[in-house]
Design a protein around this ligand. Structure first.
Ligand code: AMP
Ligand code: ZN
Length: 474
């Protein structure tokens, strides 16, 4: 598989450190509110990546943190702790907020068929790990104490901006508009590893540390949790593109200074879901959630399909019209699968499956081109192979896509059977409908139209469905 690596800014052949266990880390949600469907786009695409690696035969261990402390309103260590903000908003404790929104996050994931990572670790569980790394960074001179906080000294690195060659000026965004400078910092991009002095004295969660009672910065948690569960060498680190700077840049700075060697080989960044006015974010007030989509009558799996139709490295614009188009395409696909015979017992044509698999892989191997992978489903459906073979291949590939193809097709079939059972019967009309079907099959459209018009004159309309024609009185 070739995968775009933000580190080299190139598509690279994916070669894990140890093919017997691929190690993957994902930045998890900050659980101060519901996830918006933009956040979930990132998790859907990361889920596809994980499943595709497994599909290709590699055992894999995936770890995700839950940010329940330390993520301040600005990514640049200023502003109020997001968790505290959430607790105030809802008149609850920080831990109550964290518990509630962690559950809500995994319930959304389940609806979108996003597999739960093998390890899910709340940031508040690993304080000792952070203290250990920070102590080491202080000893080696990569960190300093100032104004009661511990900072990472970015001037100690040969190269800090690992993902791009942006100038300091451009990247002052991490330390973005409206954010006051922290006068304790020696360099503009230095970041907090441990806070003991915060403007917010009511910070709810605090721990004892060699530098005083306080709490960890946001970046250190991902380094600490990742190393705790995945060791010193990571294959893939994932997150939304906004995490590349400063979050991932800072993770690399502190992890590699601590370890003394390269930490992670591949950085996978999912680009943003935008609405028509720009990037979707929670600070904008109202935001779109999975529950809201459900309230509006959408099956969450259609949102997954919508995401898979476009490439993860392109911004994707969300509108209800775009989602409706995805729903139409998804329903057509399901209807085609529903028209296959699930009871077909013909022998499986393994050569055919191999041929389709290589088309599916051609798309996925090219930097996870999921829309091409979806196109390969239509190749299967158009083929003259037997239905048993087609259904097997669709089921195999759906392990990666997780679009519930066979389940939804089965539901459609049952619905059709129910409708069939409710269909009014009239031997003469039934016979004419049958004759029209035969005429259509024989491509005798003139005859088919003649029968349809004849029935119309008698006040009967024909309704064509993917699994046959029904009739109803007008
Ligand atoms: P957060 O809960 O804010 O820590 O974000 C969770 C994940 O969602 C991170 O990987 C972010 O980079 C990602 N993310 C945030 N906004 C968007 C967006 N509009 N589109 C896609 N991913 C996003
Ligand atoms: Zn992270």
């Amino acid at each position: 598989m070739y995968i775009y690596n933000s580190l080299s800014r190139k598509k690279e052949l994916f070669v894990p450190n140890d093919p017997n266990l691929v190690k993957m880390y994902t930045c998890g949600p900050t659980v101060y509110h519901y996830a918006h469907i933009g956040n979930l786009r990132s998790y859907i695409m990361e889920d596809v990546l994980e499943k595709y690696i497994r599909f290709e035969g590699y055992p894999l261990k995936r770890v995700m943190n839950i940010t329940d402390v330390g993520h301040l309103a600005s990514d640049a260590d200023t502003g109020e702790d997001k968790m505290l903000k959430g607790a105030k908003r809802e008149h609850k404790t920080v831990m109550e907020i964290a518990g509630y929104y962690t559950d809500a996050f995994f319930s959304d994931c389940e609806k979108l068929n996003i597999k739960r990572p093998d390890v899910v670790e709340p940031a508040t569980n690993c304080i000792n790990e952070y203290i250990n790394i920070i102590t080491n960074l202080l000893e080696k001179g990569y960190a300093y104490l100032s104004g009661g906080n511990v900072y990472f000294d970015t001037s100690k690195l040969d190269r800090y901006y690992v993902f791009n060659d942006f100038t300091e000026e451009d990247l002052a965004v991490g330390v973005r508009e409206g954010v006051e400078e922290d006068s304790n910092k020696r360099n503009k991009n230095d970041f907090v590893l441990w806070f003991t002095k915060s403007k917010f004295e009511d910070q709810a969660l605090k721990w004892d540390s060699p530098w005083g009672v306080g709490y960890p910065g946001w970046h250190i948690e991902c380094s600490g949790i990742s190393m705790k569960h995945l060791g010193e060498h990571l294959d893939i680190h994932c997150g939304g593109i906004d995490n590349a700077f400063p979050h991932h840049t800072n993770e690399i700075a502190q992890s590699e200074s601590f370890l003394g060697h390269k930490w992670c080989n591949y950085w996978f960044h999912v680009h943003h879901l935008n609405d028509e006015t720009g990037k979707m974010s929670k600070s904008k007030g109202e935001f779109l959630t999975v529950s809201l989509l459900e309230e509006k009558g959408y099956d969450p799996v259609c949102y997954r399909f919508f995401c898979l139709q476009s490439h993860y490295r392109k911004n994707l614009v969300f509108s209800f019209q775009n989602l409706d188009n995805a729903v139409t395409a998804y329903n057509k696909l399901i209807a085609k699968i529903a028209a296959l015979n699930p009871d077909d017992k013909s022998p499986i044509d393994e050569d055919k499956i191999k041929e389709w698999r290589s088309e599916f892989e051609k798309g996925m191997d090219n930097d996870l081109n999921t829309s091409l992978a979806i196109t390969s489903l239509y190749t299967i459906l158009k083929s003259d192979a037997n239905d048993a073979t087609k259904l097997k291949a669709l089921n195999d590939f759906d392990y990666v896509l997780s679009l519930e193809l066979l389940k939804h097709a089965e539901a459609l079939r049952s619905k059709a059977k129910e409708e069939e059972a409710q269909q009014e019967r009239d031997p003469e009309i039934d016979a004419l409908v049958m004759q029209r079907t035969e005429a259509k099959k024989a491509k005798n459209y003139q005859e088919a139209d003649r029968i349809r018009d004849l029935l119309l004159e008698r006040g009967i309309k024909i309704i064509d469905t993917p699994y046959g024609s029904k009739w109803a009185r007008i």
